[in-house]
Ligand binder design. Structure first.
Ligand SMILES: Nc1ncnc2c1ncn2[C@@H]1O[C@H](COP(=O)(O)OP(=O)(O)O)[C@@H](O)[C@H]1O
Ligand SMILES: N[C@@H](CCC(=O)OP(=O)(O)O)C(=O)O
Length: 369
């Protein structure tokens, strides 16, 4: 069956073709491919990097101290150049574009998340290509998604896409970084993202991109849990977008999981940043991971972080392995008092009780699979 809605993420490495400037000739070719996919009836959302690179180019490569304010300056200048370029290039194909600049804060708050979703859907309903980037000019590290791989996965969840295409400067995910291992082999198919695969994915060494393959794998993991297929491929492979959309074997394909998370759990996975950790014992690990139970105070052996009730936390086992992400019904202070204790004792220990479950299974996404 053909894809219905596709998010295409273009890394700085693709947009600049490895140089220090936007490669407009290549951008027009990518716009052509996306326009052609739209004409074939597939809806396209573009997640574009390149603002900082475009800012540097537009200001003729100023020598600036590497501060947050200077990065924001470059992004503020560059984003307007970037959207101008995309708007001109898509107009060649008779298409309008609409810009959405997002931060994690827009995804963290469920109401803002749903608002952004409405805007995306409205643009697509009018055959306008939504163009997304992080709002780097105002986002501080605390409220940033931080890289466009993860941002594009969240965009794919937001608009309920069925395919996420991450285009970069390599043919896909290799069993080692091809820049340092010329004999590395392309991995064509991935059915499960586990720690051994994460070990293969390194960071970005070119000085152009953010995150390298590591953030692409994080993005792929978020998307596939929401039932979205993911392909990592080269942005310079001829007709790459059409070929991926036609399910030709290009790059690395990640299968979607069979029973995708429902919408609220997708949001728990993709929206809020985690504010702390609960370390749990072996019994609680089995209850949460294998039996799909809520996490009770009895199984908690350690509480890390200083968080309020309602914070999103990681649940890890005693070797540090991540088991789940979920919303805590108790604040950190309360949890240090009740961890290891039976649920029946919560009332007497705290003087109140928000229920037996510290993290209810409805508020939890199991990640150990
Ligand atoms: N296992 C791997 N397979 C492929 N590329 C890898 C791997 N590990 C690290 N990389 C690096 O990831 C880079 C692509 O990511 P990045 O530089 O962030 O580009 P982009 O701008 O497209 O996001 C590649 O140039 C490569 O050096
Ligand atoms: N938002 C930034 C890009 C961040 C990013 O993740 O870059 P990349 O790894 O090249 O996709 C920008 O527009 O410059």
């Amino acid at each position: 069956m053909g894809y219905r809605r596709v998010v295409v993420k273009l890394g700085t490495s693709v947009l600049t073709s490895g140089s220090k400037k936007l490669d407009k000739a290549h951008m027009v070719e990518l716009a052509r491919q996306m326009a052609s996919l739209m004409r074939s009836g597939v809806e396209v959302v573009l997640c574009t990097s390149g603002a900082i690179a475009a800012g540097r180019e537009h200001l003729h490569y100023p020598v600036l101290p590497d501060t947050m304010a200077n990065k924001q300056l470059l992004a503020a200048v560059g984003q307007s150049q970037l959207i101008l370029a995309w708007s001109q290039l898509f107009s060649i194909y008779g298409l309008h574009v609409g810009q959405l600049l997002l931060t994690r804060a827009d995804l963290q708050d469920r109401e803002r998340y749903l608002n952004a979703r409405d805007t995306l859907n409205a643009l697509l309903a009018h055959n306008i290509i939504p163009i997304i980037n992080e709002n780097d000019a105002v986002a501080t590290n605390e409220i940033k998604v931080g890289d466009n791989d993860n941002l594009s996965a969240r965009a794919a969840l937001l608009c309920d896409a069925d395919l996420l295409i991450l285009l970069t400067d390599q043919k896909g995910l290799f069993d080692a970084d091809p820049r340092t291992h010329p004999d590395a082999q392309l991995i064509k198919q991935v059915v499960n993202i586990d720690d051994s695969l994460r070990l293969l994915a390194g960071g970005s060494v070119s000085g152009l991109g953010t995150g390298g393959m590591a953030t692409k794998l994080e993005a792929a993991d978020v998307a596939r849990r929401a039932g979205i297929e993911v392909v990592i491929a080269s942005g310079h492979h001829p007709d790459v977008i059409a070929k991926v959309a036609a399910r030709e074997s290009v790059g690395t394909h990640f299968s979607a999981i069979e029973n995708p998370l429902e919408s609220r759990k997708q949001w728990i996975l993709a929206g809020p940043a985690t504010q702390g950790k609960l370390v749990v014992d072996a019994g609680a690990s089995v209850a949460v991971v294998a039996n799909g139970r809520s996490l009770l105070s009895k199984g908690i052996v350690d509480v890390e972080g200083n968080f309020e009730r309602g914070a999103t936390l990681l649940i890890v086992n005693q070797t540090g392995k991540i088991l789940a992400k979920g919303i805590s019904r108790y604040c950190a202070n309360d949890l240090t008092k009740i961890s290891g204790k039976h649920s029946d004792d919560i009332e007497s220990l705290l003087g109140y009780n928000y229920g037996d479950a510290v993290v209810h299974r409805n508020d939890m996404v199991v990640l150990d699979n």
